[in-house]
Design a protein around this ligand. Sequence first.
Ligand SMILES: C[S@@+](CC[C@H](N)C(=O)[O-])C[C@H]1O[C@@H](n2cnc3c(N)ncnc32)[C@H](O)[C@@H]1O
Length: 245
Amino acid sequence: MNTYNPIDLLFDGMEKLSPGGNVHTLSVLRLLPTQQFQVIVDAGCGTGRQIMVLAKELDRLIHALDSYELFLHDLTRRAKADGIEHLIQTHCMDMKDIPGVFQHIDLLWSESAAYNIGFSNALTIWGSAINKGGFAIVSELSWLRDQVPDVVREFFLSGYPDMQSIQRNLAVAENTGYRVLTTYTLPNDAWIKGYYDLLEPRAKALIDHPDSFVRDFAVETVKEIEIFKSSEDSYGYVFYVLQRA
Ligand SMILES: C[S@@+](CC[C@H](N)C(=O)[O-])C[C@H]1O[C@@H](n2cnc3c(N)ncnc32)[C@H](O)[C@@H]1O
């Protein structure tokens, strides 16, 4: 039996589990035509860096859901430390079960998490739980241009073969019942500051770990960071700012 959890070892205590920061979360929030929401759900919230900033900005309860309980514990601890635990309600559950638990969502937020059940699938499933006229903000790894270095293309062919261009994802959003309001692409430095700059030394320190799962995870992470460095901006995290039609 595997006694080490590579995710805990690599990400323990990290505020960010994906690229991006508070300034980007707030910039995207302000792209919406309203800032008034009753029911707000964050799908795949992780340790909830983005929820903390959204809860403070909107001063509303946010339902924070993730399938990994330890991330939710971490989020609760952070929320308590910041005095905003009354604004965050955690749910340990699968994001594909959202419509069974929430029926009238005004704002569905999901940063770097929809890929776990597939972007198109996520939009379809969540759409049935979002009010007509309600909003979905979903970030998704996307190709930013046609010219992609071979090494990058190969990495994602095995790592994330479902990655699509922005145009394809916009078509997916429209075909699954949303109006596209706009998109927002994370700038390059949002991948590095507080994310890859912390993750890289952590992953390198685990490369000789006695457990092969941990070693493999560490090697894959180091590779991912190298790929990013040679990406020539061919891919990025794109926020799709959508309204339920
Ligand atoms: C890359 S992390 C992003 C976390 C957070 N949104 C952020 O940007 O920091 C992806 C998150 O999705 C969660 N996750 C993966 N599959 C899930 C599922 N089927 N249902 C709910 N959460 C899931 C993981 O536990 C993890 O916290």
